[in-house]
Each structure stands twice: as structure tokens, then as C-alpha cells.
Design a protein around this ligand. Structure first.
Ligand code: DHB
Ligand code: FE
Length: 295
């Protein structure tokens, strides 16, 4: 059966991707952020999944505002990197996992989550930057296949935080019922506090962010109680992206260990964070150990 080995929450700020693409990660501006990632990256590299389920939002790159699914899933065997205005990032296209997509789609539908099916999807920074946070130098190909799950965080009314946590719990059950012996990682992306436009552009609420970072581990239910209006009031119009972390948190379940986290301001004019949680299956599994056993 499939196992969930870890969950990663990470911001997906485009300039974090650009810093990697343009070899600026050791510049004074970027070094503290990337130093903060290092322990998590090391651990993840030693605990490689076969497939990543990545919860993210499209930023009006693949889906314009004419059709706005609350939740959607990519079901393709490949996803091209979106051109967001400067040409596509020079990173590998994403290989899909259509059999797992299909399994998850059916199981989520049976649990009452009716996801829109996207058979054709270009993935934007919301998905590719988290992949780069996991694997900074993928070479010719990303190290795992991907199932994208999309959440509408752009257009009122966004799904409630509670609905996101509940979707995550159903997603966890669906992944664990997949009959193949594969290792799966779940990514929750976006956040932390940020507002990109309007009077409050540049808003950072460190107190809210740090509280969220603490409670995502021990008390996700309390974060599920926060209304969409309060996410936006406290964390900015785009800070509501944090509800996507709750999908990841629901999927990994309560028996988790915080491997590492880091919080950094600013990245662009946003707050950025990463939090990595291992499941018992993840802690028991190490690519290095397996290399030693099999080698
Ligand atoms: C920016 C864009 C994002 O989608 C995000 O989540 C954070 C920052 C930006 O354009 O700076
Ligand atoms: Fe975003």
C-alpha cells in the first residue's frame, strides 16, 4: 500500500524561484532564507518520495477568471511549466501520475469532495517553486512524479479553512488506500502573510504567522476555525493561501514529528516560511539506509 512519508509546508514566492534560477542564493539578500532551508532539504533528500501530491493555487496563469473551481486536480501524465510573462522558468516540465490522480479523484468524490478535473494544465510558480525548494538542482528531470491539487484562494468565496482540513484528511485516507507500494510526500504551499496590491500592499503580520507555524503542528483544528475574512484581515489578501497548508496537515495526520522549520522576512515583500513534518513511515524510511542495505 502507499505510504505518506512527509508533509512540507512552504511559501511559493516567485522570486525565490528566480533567485535559484539566476544563481543568487548566496547573495546577502537571499542567503539567510536559503540557509534556513538547508536542514529540511538535507532530510528530504535522504527520504525521497516516488510521487508528490502538491496542493497549490494557480495565479490566473492556467485558469483565468472565467471558470473558478473551488478545488481541482490535474490528471495528466505531464504538466508544462507556465509562461508567466517572462518565458517559462528554465526548470524541467513536470511528470504526472495519472493512475494515482484517478484513484484520488474517485476516492475523494466518494467522500463528498467533487474536484474539477484538469486534463490539461500548465503549472505556475505556485507548484514549481515548492519543487525547487525540495530539489534545488533537478538537472534534466524532477526526482518524483506529481499530482497537482488546486485550491481557489483568489476569488471570493474561497473554501473555508475547515473544508481544507477536511479535504486533507480525506486525501490522506485516499493516498493510503492506493494499492501500489509507493512513497508519497504531500506539499502545502503559499503564505505566509502577504498582500501584493492595494492600500495594505507589503503587509506582514509576524505574530499571526508565528502563531500559525506553531499551531499547524499541534492544533490545526484551531486554524480551521479562522474565517476567510480573518485570514485576509490578519495575513493580507494573499495570506489566505495558508489554508492550503491545512490540506497537507490533514493528509499527514496527527502522528507527526516536526523535522525543521524556518521563517524569514522579506522575500519580495512577503513573509516566507517552511515547515517539514515526518510521519512514522517517513522516519522509518531513509534512502541512505536502503542504499546501505541493498548496496
Ligand atoms: C508573490 C506571488 C505569490 O503568488 C506569492 O504567493 C507570494 C509573493 C509575488 O509576486 O511577490
Ligand atoms: Fe501565491
Amino acid at each position: 500500500m502507499a505510504e505518506i512519508i512527509w508533509g512540507l509546508a512552504t511559501s511559493h514566492v516567485p522570486s525565490i524561484g528566480a533567485a535559484m534560477d539566476n544563481h543568487k542564493t548566496t547573495d546577502d539578500y537571499w542567503k539567510p532564507l536559503f540557509d534556513g532551508y538547508a536542514p529540511a532539504r538535507e532530510w528530504m533528500a535522504d527520504h525521497a518520495p516516488d510521487i508528490a501530491v502538491i496542493i497549490y493555487n494557480d495565479h490566473a496563469n492556467a485558469l483565468d477568471m472565467s471558470i473558478i473551481p473551488a478545488f481541482a486536480m490535474g490528471t495528466s501524465d505531464h504538466y508544462a511549466v507556465a509562461d508567466e510573462g517572462y518565458g517559462p522558468r528554465r526548470v524541467p516540465n513536470v511528470v504526472g501520475a495519472p493512475e494515482l490522480s484517478e484513484h484520488l479523484l474517485v476516492n475523494l468524490m466518494d467522500e463528498g469532495f467533487d474536484l474539477t478535473v484538469l486534463q490539461d494544465l500548465d503549472v505556475d510558480h505556485g507548484l514549481t517553486v515548492p519543487l525547487s525548494v525540495y530539489t534545488p538542482e533537478p538537472g534534466e528531470a524532477w526526482p518524483c512524479a506529481v499530482v497537482p491539487i488546486l485550491v481557489n484562494v483568489l476569488h471570493y468565496p474561497q473554501p473555508t479553512a475547515q473544508r481544507c482540513l477536511d479535504l486533507g484528511e480525506a486525501l490522506g485516507r485516499a493516498i493510503r488506500s492506493y494499492p501500489e507500494d509507493i512513497k508519497v510526500a504531500v506539499f502545502g504551499t503559499g503564505g505566509m502573510s502577504h498582500q501584493l496590491s492595494g492600500e495594505r500592499a507589503g503587509l506582514i503580520n509576524e505574530e499571526f504567522d508565528r502563531n500559525f507555524l506553531t499551531r499547524i503542528e499541534k492544533d490545526p483544528q484551531s486554524l480551521a476555525q479562522i474565517s476567510r475574512e480573518d485570514y485576509i484581515r490578519e495575513a493580507g489578501s494573499e495570506g489566505i493561501e495558508m489554508i492550503m497548508w491545512l490540506v497537507m496537515r490533514g493528509a499527514v495526520g496527527d502522528d507527526i514529528r516536526r523535522v525543521h522549520d524556518t521563517y524569514h522576512v522579506p522575500a519580495s515583500n512577503t513573509a516566507a516560511a517552511l515547515a517539514l513534518f515526518a510521519t512514522p513511515e517517513g522516519d522509518a524510511d531513509s534512502s541512505e539506509q536502503q542504499g546501505a542495505l541493498h548496496g
